[in-house]
Design a protein around this ligand. Structure first.
Ligand code: SUG
Length: 441
C-alpha cells in the first residue's frame, strides 16, 4: 500500500499585500478597490491558519513570497533608473501599472501550480506544472518566478519534476490547482483527476460566461495532464457552469471542495453534473458526493461566504473542515451543521481570514496540496516544514518587517521596497534556504 500523505504548502503573505481591484470577475477584489490593507494582520491570519493545520497533525510547509514590485516588469514598460526612480515615475505616469507590479496575489498558493503525485504518473515522478495565470494582468507576472522558486525548493530531480508554466497564449490559460481536484480512495488506491475548464476552442456560446471571463482553458488542462504523465483513463475533463462564473466563481474552488473520497459541491457548479458524478463514482469506489442545493445556498451566497472554499483535511479523527468566519452566518452555518449531523465531516473550525477574503481568497485558496510518499516528504528541505519553533520565528519576522497598514499611495514609497528586500533576506536566513532572490546573488 502506498503511504501517500497530503502536504499543505501555504504561501507567506508579502509586505506589499494590498487591494488593487485587479481581478475582474472576482467580486471581493472588485469591491475592495483602494481599501486600506493590513499586511501585518494578513500575515498573522495566514500563519494562524497554518498553525491550526500543523496542530491537527498534518504536514504544513511554507512557501516564501516573491519580491515586489516586479522591477523587471516595470523596466520592460520603459521605466529607467534605480528602484526609487522607477517606482516614482510609474506612480506618476501610470499608477495602475505600479499596482500590478506590487501585487501579492501569489499568496493564493492554490494557483501556484497543478501537482500530479508520483503514484498517479507513468514515470513515477511527482510533477508540478506552475500556472501561467495569464487571464489577469497582475497574476500573469507570477508564473516564471514561481517556477524558479519551486525549482529551488523541490530540488531532488529524481523525485520531483518542475515543468515550465504552459506557453503564454490565451489558448492555454491556466490557473493551477484552483480548477483541479484529485479524488482518492486510500483503501483501494483508486484515483481520478478532475480538470474543470471554462473555455475551449469552438466552445458553444451557451457554455461561455456572459459577464466575467472564464480563466481556464480545456486545452491547458489536457496539456497539464499530458505533462504530468497521468496514467491513462484517470482524468476527467469537465466544464464549469457559466452561471457560476457570472455569479463570481472565477475559480471552480469557489463552488467545489473536498478531499480523498469526499466532494462537496454546489448544485450549479458544473455542466451536466449528474454525468460528472457517475463518471467519478465509476473511477473511484465509495465516493461521498454531497450536492448543496441552490435553495439551501444560492450561488450569490456561496460566493460571499466561501463555504465551498473550505479547506478539507484528512486527519486521524476524520475530516476536519476549516472555513472562513463568513460561514457562521445563518444560512451557510445551517448547511455546515447538517454536514456535521450527517457525519459527512467530523469537525469544523471557523477562522478569521478577513484580509485574504477581501482579495477573494479563502482557506483553500491559500494552500497548494501536494500528495507525497514518505520518502518524498523526507526529500523536502526540512526548513520549510512548519514546527512550533518555526511558527514563533515567523511571527517575530512578521512583527519586525511588516507595516500595520498600506494605502495605494504607499505603493510608490521606495522605502517599502527596501523594507521588502530586508524582510525577504531575513526570511531566507530564518528558513535556511540558500538565496532565492536575484538581489541575493
Ligand atoms: O486570482 N485575487 C485572487 C484570488 C485567488 C483565489 N484563489 C483561488 N480561488 N484558488 C485572484 O482573483 C485580488 C488582487 C487585487 O485585487 O489586488 C486577486 O488577485
Amino acid at each position: 500500500m502506498a503511504d501517500l500523505r497530503e502536504v499543505q504548502l501555504d504561501g507567506l503573505i508579502a509586505p506589499t499585500h494590498h487591494y488593487g481591484a485587479l481581478s475582474f470577475g472576482n467580486k471581493a477584489s472588485m469591491r475592495h478597490a483602494g481599501a486600506l490593507s493590513k499586511p501585518r494582520a494578513a500575515a498573522h491570519q495566514a500563519l494562524d491558519k497554518m498553525a491550526h493545520v500543523m496542530r491537527l497533525g498534518v504536514t504544513q510547509c511554507v512557501l516564501p513570497p516573491l519580491l515586489r514590485p516586479d522591477l523587471d516588469f516595470l523596466r520592460g514598460c520603459g521605466f529607467e533608473g534605480d528602484a526609487a526612480a522607477i517606482m516614482q515615475a510609474c506612480a506618476h505616469d501610470d499608477p495602475h501599472l505600479l499596482s500590478l507590479a506590487q501585487s501579492c496575489a501569489f499568496t493564493w498558493t492554490a494557483n501556484c501550480a497543478t501537482v500530479i503525485p508520483s503514484t498517479d504518473s507513468n514515470d513515477r515522478k511527482c510533477h508540478f506544472v506552475p500556472a501561467n495565470l495569464l487571464t489577469t494582468p497582475h497574476r500573469a507576472l507570477e508564473g516564471h518566478a514561481r517556477y524558479q522558486m519551486l525549482n529551488a525548493i523541490f530540488k531532488d530531480n529524481d523525485q520531483f519534476i518542475i515543468h515550465e508554466p504552459l506557453p503564454m497564449t490565451p489558448a492555454l490559460a491556466d490557473e493551477g490547482a484552483a480548477n483541479h481536484h484529485r479524488c482518492y480512495n486510500p483503501q483501494t488506491e483508486d484515483f481520478a483527476h478532475i480538470f474543470v475548464h471554462s473555455s475551449a476552442h469552438g466552445m458553444p456560446k451557451n457554455l461561455r460566461p456572459q459577464k466575467y471571463p472564464g480563466r481556464q482553458s480545456k486545452e491547458a488542462q489536457i496539456s497539464v495532464s499530458r505533462l504530468g504523465h497521468i496514467k491513462k483513463g484517470h482524468s476527467l475533463l469537465i466544464t464549469q457552469e457559466p452561471r457560476a462564473i457570472d455569479a463570481g466563481a472565477f475559480h471552480n474552488d469557489v463552488v467545489f471542495a473536498g478531499c480523498n473520497t469526499h466532494i462537496l459541491l454546489h448544485e450549479q457548479a458544473l455542466i451536466d453534473q449528474q454525468h460528472f458524478i457517475s463518471a467519478v463514482e465509476s473511477l473511484v469506489p465509495d465516493m461521498h458526493i454531497r450536492v448543496v442545493s441552490k435553495r439551501d445556498l444560492s450561488l450569490d451566497e456561496a460566493v460571499s461566504c466561501y463555504l465551498f472554499n473550505g479547506q478539507f483535511l484528512s486527519t486521524d479523527n476524520g475530516i476536519h473542515l476549516l472555513l472562513p468566519q463568513q460561514c457562521q452566518a445563518k444560512r451557510p452555518k445551517r448547511v455546515v451543521d447538517q454536514l456535521l449531523k450527517d457525519d459527512f465531516i467530523q469537525a469544523v473550525d471557523y477562522l478569521d481570514l478577513s484580509q485574504s477574503m477581501m482579495g477573494g481568497g479563502g482557506p483553500a485558496c491559500l494552500r497548494l496540496r501536494i500528495p507525497l510518499l514518505s520518502e518524498e516528504i523526507d526529500a523536502l528541505p526540512q526548513s520549510i516544514v512548519l514546527t512550533e519553533d518555526k511558527l514563533q520565528q515567523l511571527k517575530q519576522w512578521v512583527d519586525a518587517h511588516f507595516r500595520d497598514e498600506l494605502s495605494t499611495d504607499d505603493l510608490a514609497d521606495p522605502q517599502l521596497y527596501s523594507e521588502s528586500k530586508t524582510a525577504l533576506d531575513a526570511l531566507t536566513q530564518l528558513l535556511g534556504t540558500s538565496s532565492l532572490y536575484a538581489f541575493q546573488a
